[in-house]
Design a protein around this ligand. Sequence first.
Ligand SMILES: CC(C)(COP(=O)(O)OP(=O)(O)OC[C@H]1O[C@@H](n2cnc3c(N)ncnc32)[C@H](O)[C@@H]1OP(=O)(O)O)[C@@H](O)C(=O)NCCC(=O)NCCS
Length: 171
Amino acid sequence: MLQVREVAAVEDAAVVLRKATVADVPGLLALINGYAMRGQLLPRTAESLEARLDDFTVAVSDGALVGCAALTLLGPGVGEVRSLAVAPEQAGRGLGRSLVIALLQEAEARGFGEVLALTRRVSFFDALGFRATRRENYLDKLMVDCAACPKNLCCDETAMVRPPAASREFV
Ligand SMILES: CC(C)(COP(=O)(O)OP(=O)(O)OC[C@H]1O[C@@H](n2cnc3c(N)ncnc32)[C@H](O)[C@@H]1OP(=O)(O)O)[C@@H](O)C(=O)NCCC(=O)NCCS
């Protein structure tokens, strides 16, 4: 099993990365939907989180959930980064980066050939080895999500993709 703590270089030793459990759902809802209200993430419901809980890695500090990210199967061999969020008071400390690295290494363990992110944070993902690609390449796979998004017809996100990380790439 993937040992997230070993592979994700969190700068603050007090922050632990681990897979989510059902007890994390209220914290996940608060964190994700806080950003969703500002139009920065798609909103999630408790039901949608519980259905995909295995996809989630969370960052925990002093018992509080301060970050999360999900690696969702988009299609054969393709994973997508979803619901990436870091609590505002923890921003800029490397947590977002560590969460994505953990997902990239999980992608390797799950046998994915590529990992996709739809994002407005192009430089953040570029620094993690993602490169811009045509969103249209993934439209059939994204159809359900995009259809539910209020910005479907005026999408301002960039599709970025990279292979999964080799196990020691970022260590
Ligand atoms: C995107 C997000 C997860 C980044 O988390 P984070 O923990 O602050 O990121 P890190 O500390 O790992 O920063 C990584 C890089 O991004 C930069 N960065 C962090 N926050 C930033 C911000 N608000 N604006 C611009 N750059 C920022 C950091 O300076 C760092 O760059 P560096 O390595 O060159 O110094 C976080 O800002 C967030 O939750 N945003 C709201 C939700 C969202 O937009 N999610 C992404 C959807 S794809």
